[in-house]
Design a protein around this ligand. Sequence first.
Ligand code: AHR
Length: 324
Amino acid sequence: MTTRILMGATAIALALSGGLAQAQDLPPLEQKDSYRVGFAQTESNNPWRIAQTKSFQDTAAQCGWELLLTDAGGSAAKQVADVDSMIAQQIDVLFLPPREESPLIPAVMRAKAAGIPTFLVDRSVDPNVAQAGRDYVSFLGSDFIDQGSRAANWLIENFEGDQGVIIQLEGTTGSSPANDRKKGFDDTIAGDDRFTIVASRSGDFARDQGRQVMETLLQAHPEVNVVYAHNDEMAIGAIQALEAAGRTPGEDVTVVSIDGTRDALQAIIDGKMGVTVESSPFFGPLACETMKRYAAGEAIEPWIKVEDRIFTSENAAEHIDEAY
Ligand code: AHR
């Protein structure tokens, strides 16, 4: 994972207004050898989430964390309860990937009120309601709009047909990656009039739901020749549905996706998937470094941006051994 510190217009505005984290209304963090750290995971039903949790577990010993780990099992309400329980257990720091943009905001506010610095990791919340540098310290994560746009640009450059009929499999409704990956893709693909999105529906970032939604949409749109999935698990589910329906992904259907899982890289090597734009789950080391900088009194940028690679038939074999 590589990172870049964002100092765009928003960051500069926050800096000028005293919004760089460590502002007086954010809870401070004492410098000490060990910390009680909460990591409230959204669910554990896909390799990306499992790799993200493992990254926090692997980082714990070297960063002096006593890690309190929860799994919300795909429920935003459970994730809120998990954060409340961590607050009651007096954690020093909270790392949170909010399952959806709005429901977790009250929990973020309660952590702040309890004096617990919070870092959002991988997913964000509605910026009109809660803001980095004011309500939580910082957002550590990818540019999901850019990921969707890069998937669309790959398609524009590599699709060989005259007309692209697209089915889009969206991630969890109300989540920042689903909202932003849709926006990035839709806005970019609109610039090429060969393409039409005939259906766009949620598969909740899950393989089996992706397969089921694809089965249903295939019946309504048998002319589909492109699938854009918001993550690899749904793309793999879609490939299964296409094959069950007698289609040949990679030949009569182009599949584009996001994440960079091992199964997706294998599907690219097997010729069934065209591209996956990386979205790294390995947040542990970045979380440790950022927390220590904050404890040392450094001003923290509102968005610490993770740089993502892109995997195609040209480099999938080279990277599959490091995939998860
Ligand atoms: O928030 C990142 C997304 O969440 C990943 O793309 C997906 O696989 C995960 O569930």
